[in-house]
Write a protein that binds this ligand. Structure first.
Ligand code: ZN
Length: 162
């Protein structure tokens, strides 16, 4: 089931709030995560964080690397994610956000990060992301802290018409 996406002209309070840790790993959480995945694909996004669907919980979803390359509907769910190691190297890249329609900007992000997160059963995992995946992770993690890409971006504006 898809959920309505919150945008900055709507519920800015939810988008700006710091989200709470997930402590209950039940069927309701699994249903919510699947709804987030459905919503991300329906909106043609690469990632989606819980505040973007009106819920201040520490959970986001993102496409897998393979899902990005082959445009499949492979997605992963990250609960209570945190960055444990950041690369020295950073990279600039263009970002947009489903909650800020029609706006893009250049954002500097760590080129690679190691993170820890829990799955939907509460088991803890560690993983390293690089490149575009690392960028998505950092963008979505920001949402859980009430931070939007426009806070970090240079050259914010509307994309040039093709
Ligand atoms: Zn976003």
């Amino acid at each position: 089931m898809t959920l309505p996406i919150v945008n900055i002209d709507g519920d800015i309070v939810t988008l700006r709030k710091i989200s709470d840790a997930v402590t209950v790993f039940d069927g309701q959480l699994k249903t919510f995560a699947q709804d987030m995945v459905d919503t991300m694909f329906a909106a043609n996004g690469v990632g989606l964080a819980a505040p973007q669907v009106g819920s201040n919980q520490n959970i986001f979803v993102m496409r897998t690397k393979e899902g990005l390359e082959k445009d499949t509907t492979d997605a992963r769910v990250l609960v209570n994610p945190k960055i444990t190691v950041k690369s020295k190297a950073t990279a600039m890249g263009v970002e947009g956000c489903l909650s800020i329609p029609g706006i893009i900007g250049d954002v500097r992000r760590f080129e690679s990060i190691t993170c820890s997160y829990q799955d939907l059963d509460g088991a803890t995992h560690a993983e390293t992301f690089t490149g575009f995946e690392a960028r998505i992770f950092q963008h979505e993690l920001d949402h859980l802290w009430g931070v939007l890409f426009i806070d970090r971006a240079d050259r914010v504006g509307r994309p040039k018409a093709a």
